[in-house]
Design a protein around this ligand. Sequence first.
Ligand SMILES: NC(=O)c1ccc[n+]([C@@H]2O[C@H](COP(=O)([O-])OP(=O)(O)OC[C@H]3O[C@@H](n4cnc5c(N)ncnc54)[C@H](OP(=O)(O)O)[C@@H]3O)[C@@H](O)[C@H]2O)c1
Length: 340
Amino acid sequence: MKVAILGATGYTGLELLRVLSNHPNAQITVATSQRYAGKKLVDLFPFFKNELALTPLDYDLIANNADIIFTALPQQVSMEIIPELLRHKKRIIDLSADFRLKRPEVYEAWYGPHKAKELIDEAVYGLPEIYREHIKNAYLVANPGCYPTGVILALAPLLKYIREDSIVVDAKSGVSGAGRGLKLSSLFCEVNEGMQAYKVAAHRHIPEMEQELSKLAGKDIRITFVPHLIPISRGMFVTAYAPLKGKLDSKQAYQIMSEYYQGESFVKVLLPPQIPQTLHVRGTNECHLGVKVDERTNHIIAMAAIDNLGKGASTQAIQSMNLMARLPEATGLEHLPLFL
Ligand SMILES: NC(=O)c1ccc[n+]([C@@H]2O[C@H](COP(=O)([O-])OP(=O)(O)OC[C@H]3O[C@@H](n4cnc5c(N)ncnc54)[C@H](OP(=O)(O)O)[C@@H]3O)[C@@H](O)[C@H]2O)c1
């Protein structure tokens, strides 16, 4: 299968290149960059064995040389490019937020004007654990955001048991979550040895989590969400707190979660008292979940650890690619974490 990666020099693009380089059914035929067009990939990143030269965005070149296209581009850029690629009848997995939100007015309130509204309905939300069958036949997959992946996977099994009026989620992300572009807030001295909350109750991933959890619950779900930046390169940890409707103990909560994800290749519910750790999923497509009931306050605490560039972005996109290509879902994704 011939694969194109648009935005190959960004963090998620590089992770796609790294993992797809060892995928037995994928051949990377196009990798784009505006800034480095004309340079060989190997001249910028000597660890790649691929002799491919980076190209600018050229629709004919992409369409003539790829069966599946990953768009690892900034939001608002993807929506400019995808309509033309779909006209070429290509299958696309978009890592940006441009096609994740089903209501254009919600997208526009959080991200800005939408220029390809007619494609929103066609896009399938690319969370395989929930939308597996839809992804298989999709032409446009909207790969989920990193925070929403962790939050949805942690809360989905518990929606029947919690009161939806006061769900609080606290989450931490490594610095690669902000992308590779130069930003003051991503500089080593600004991040190292520190920790800070940011976009408190105002992060753009909030409507995405609420959209998907509301769909699963069959009623309106609201979340108080506070993300934090922590001094690690990659990794994401989610802690969700919610009051229980009735009584449940930690053992029952564990059983509910494990039954929900029974048979899943990439979601592992840890047996209490094990707690997820970002290092245990680093560089993988795994999501590790933990759960505990605080019986004193009758609150449930669900935890998720993912790699923001892995299950939170690029390897999740490859999981969808496998589904679209009718390959075993774990093809090329079974490597162990880089624990140290
Ligand atoms: N980072 C994460 O953890 C993460 C997780 C989930 C989803 N995402 C989403 O995935 C997408 C990519 O994120 P990232 O972190 O990989 O970003 P990034 O590191 O900033 O990389 C962006 C890539 O897009 C290219 N690009 C930028 N502007 C462009 C334009 N106008 N036209 C064509 N190419 C352009 C850049 O190419 P050149 O600079 O080489 O020209 C670069 O290759 C974003 O939509 C992001 O929200 C990111």
